[in-house]
Design a protein around this ligand. Sequence first.
Ligand code: ASP
Ligand code: MG
Length: 440
Amino acid sequence: MRVLKFGGSSVADRAQIEKVLGIVRAAAARGRVLVVSSAHKGITDALVRAAERAAAGSYEPRAVIERQHAIAGSLGCRADLLDGLFAELRDLLRGVHLVGELSPRSLDYVSSFGERMSVRVIADFFEREGLPADAYDVWDLGFVTDAVHGAARPLPGWEARARAAVDALPAGRVPIVTGFVGKTEQGVVTTVGRNGSDLTATLLAAALGADEAQIWTDTDGVMTADPSVIAAARNIPHMRFEEAAELAYFGSRVLHPSTLLPAMAASIPVRVLNTNRPEHPGTVIQAVGPANPSPVTSVAYKESQAVLTVTATRMFGAVGFLADVFGALARHGVSVDVVTTSEVSVSLTAHDVAALERALPDLEGLGRVRVERGRTILAVVGQNLAVSAGTGARVLHAVAEAGVNVEMVSYASGSLNLQMVIRDEDIRPAVSALHRMLFE
Ligand code: ASP
Ligand code: MG
């Protein structure tokens, strides 16, 4: 069994869905497949927008429904195929409008419609094109989650239910399954988080003991840098899980950070492939197998971070300063990425500025506090970074040569990843300079 996941851009419109049909047809001819699909590109955003507008006083379901209706129409679906879901969505948005508030629970419910609509449209199209297919909401295949809205995870023991449900599916027909969504035991709709369809796919692959999870996207696998920034970015053929996980975390646009965990735990290879160029081998990510020979695998970045610096005015040499700072951050739910320290201060980056601001009063009790925004974590990631002498010096030199000021540097012993903090506006020159030096 192979799990094939198609992202929003892969199922954006008829032209893309025809490519997906070709890929799935070829895969199904070679063995059992289960397809996981995202919503059509832009639909989830449009749903979220409609929900927010409804809560703010304007009931406007039309735009998103018309957009979905147009895609279904272009695929030749019956005009009433999605009527039930459209009615449910209208009712729901009317409810949000009436109460004038959007709880995380309601937001999950509204967001879920994108995948629920896309799988029905795709299965219907495949069937008429001669590839027998059925649409499924993933919760009907055992994907029962906790109630953590926006970050729900399946309940322990769900795997057996999923296996039983998938085993019972009719043979010779391709299941097209919703990514992203879930349901609690009580039947409340949840989501695993934005861009979470990849995670649905790897969770299912792990639960089903699949041979492979394929993530079909719009780049030739994982690249040495973001191809929208660096034209010369090139494919990385093989990666180990830890390396790919670092990269995902530090802003590779291709994989969502938590995607790899289930596959890692179950030792299932993840293959990242290009829907627009299915013949390209993409990237294979696995626990063992060929390692990446180059000292550096990729350059990634995460923009719009805040840097917090706390300088301990009174507590020079005092014990417990760092513990106090991190204690205050933990109490306010601030998740920290890069940390650097000196004898009298600590600087760290965080993404959630609102949480950071809530923590400020507590932090001000510990020392002088400064917050700078608009910063980027630039990360050079590589399996062999730790064992290749001089790479760090070359990296910093290349960034300096590009006229970019590095405000923080962090590199842990044996780490797969050298991190620098720069200003957002310096991303392009810094990434270009690094890519040229390391890969071109
Ligand atoms: N449709 C969802 C989103 O846009 C999930 C996904 O595409 O992976 O976030
Ligand atoms: Mg995606």
